[in-house]
Design a protein around this ligand. Structure first.
Ligand code: EPZ
Length: 443
């Protein structure tokens, strides 16, 4: 398959973290911009011709990958400050992101809606499954079809093309599942549609609201984001604009759980407790003392953690992206806790390595029973996805001895400067890797 720009992927080398267990976390940590908010917003810059300025963008591998995807389509993307990106889409001409990049990161599928809406066509290499499960894109494709697209599926890619006219056709779309990505792609595509599109059973995550705010700033009218039904009043052209990305609620949840397992007291700055109500309540039920102000959260953890059951649900339910980390905390809890994972088919992958560290966890399909209270022993463990890496790091904070976390590339995909932030909180952690992979577009 021809691509629009040659890519040179630097080889990954063997890399791992060594975490010395036993630290009690203390101090403050500044939360970065949301990975899962900035990825769709960066994709949405394709909806307009010109230069958009996005602030509070976390420097992590998934953002680098999406920047490479935009470059492979002809956009000019550059860092204009510590956490600000400018994206000039004036010369975007390619309608097919590089397959190597799409395979690296499923969120690359988010360029489908914008390319389809602005250029009438998009050829998307199929992102394929990952460790979390099959992760199909049927809801995305159905949305494009209902907006006037024809979908042609090939063995390893899918073409979405406007059947007639030059703009998507506004319509009513009811999702059978509140898919985050499908809601985002449909919202983006309908922003250039001729008329009003209603999205029912839409995802309600804060990242959906942030994208809706960005699309509104570009000139469309988006109402109801964050609720079950979103109304998008499309317009013929949108304008490049500026936007500041919301804080990352999943990064925040990860550090709160790390503080909880350590029995310490830490404060998160530049965060949004109002995006994390369910998680904060669940942490409080384990005996942690949580105090909040509009942009900060303090957690003061007891030595003895109470067990609590977890069922992951679409927002505002318990976030699946903090489920593995919370499982590590329940390994410390004195008693049994039952986890039910309702979002992904395979999101208990950290359990195998937690068991190798000494945890008593029994997994049956989408349920896991954790019999907590047993001290873990550090050993070599292998991360399989971003949040499993975080879970094993958290277990290593509590385990006796040293935990060697391999598969570090997963950790750097989803977290900005994690070693610096964890060290600042008192975690004894060393990055023993030689170098990290980073794709570079050859000039
Ligand atoms: C987003 O993924 C997040 N990624 C995920 O975070 C997060 O876990 C997920 O939402 C759920 O909250 C980004 O925002 C970049 P979905 P997404 O579409 O959009 C099924 C992380 O660690 N489904 O809501 O892919 C799907 O298989 C990542 O930061 C279909 O069946 O999630 C899954 O079981 C991991 N057909 C469920 O819906 C579709 O067309 C949820 O998927 C689309 C999804």
């Amino acid at each position: 398959m021809s691509t629009c720009a040659a890519l040179r992927i630097m080889p990954d080398t063997e890399n791992y973290l060594d975490i010395q267990g036993g630290a009690s976390l203390a101090g403050e940590v500044v939360i970065s911009g949301s990975k899962n908010a900035c990825l769709p917003i960066l994709a949405a810059t394709l909806l307009a011709k010109g230069t958009s300025h996005i602030e509070n963008v976390p420097k992590l591998k998934d953002v680098y990958t999406l920047a490479d995807v935009l470059r492979s389509l002809g956009a000019k993307v550059k860092w204009t400050g510590d956490s600000s990106l400018s994206v000039d889409t004036s010369d975007v001409s390619c309608l097919e992101p590089d397959p190597e990049l799409v395979k690296k990161m499923r969120a690359s599928v988010l360029v489908m809606g914008p390319l389809f809406a602005r250029f009438g066509q998009a050829m998307i290499p199929l992102p394929g499954g990952c460790s979390l499960g099959k992760r199909p894109i049927d809801l995305h494709l159905t949305g494009m079809q209902m907006l006037g697209g024809t979908v042609v599926e090939k063995p390893d890619s899918v073409m979405v093309k406007l059947s007639s006219g030059t703009r998507p056709v506004a319509t009513n779309i009811k999702l059978h599942f509140p898919s985050v990505g499908a809601t985002e792609n449909i919202m983006m595509a309908s922003a250039l549609a001729d008329g009003v599109t209603i999205i029912e059973n839409a995802a309600r995550e804060p990242e959906i609201i942030d994208l809706a705010d960005f699309i509104s700033e570009m000139g469309a009218k988006v109402l109801g984001a964050g609720d079950h039904t979103i109304t998008v009043v499309g317009t013929e052209t949108l304008r490049a604009t500026g936007h500041r990305v919301i804080p990352d609620r999943i990064e925040a949840g990860t550090y709160l759980v790390a503080g909880a397992i350590s029995g310490g007291k830490i404060t998160l700055l530049d965060t949004r407790p109002d995006h994390m109500t369910t998680l904060l309540n669940q942490l409080a039920s384990t005996g942690c003392k949580i105090t909040t102000e509009p942009d900060r959260i303090t957690i003061d953890a007891p030595d003895v953690i109470r067990p609590t059951d977890v069922r992951t649900l679409p927002y505002p339910g318990f976030p699946t992206d903090v489920q593995p980390q919370f499982m590590a905390l329940m390994v410390k809890a004195a008693g049994e806790s039952l986890f039910v994972e309702k979002i992904f088919e395979r999101r208990f992958l950290a359990a195998d390595d937690l068991i190798r560290m000494g945890a008593d966890i029994r997994v049956l399909e989408n349920c896991a029973l954790i019999n907590g209270g047993k001290r873990l022993t550090g050993c070599e463990v292998q991360a399989t996805d971003i949040r499993a890496a975080a879970a094993l790091m958290i277990a290593g904070i509590w385990a006796e001895g040293t935990t060697r976390l391999k598969g570090l590339e997963h950790f750097y995909r989803g977290y900005e400067r994690p070693i610096e932030k964890l060290t600042g909180l008192g975690v004894k952690i060393k990055d023993a890797s030689e170098k990290h992979s980073h794709s570079e577009v050859s000039s």
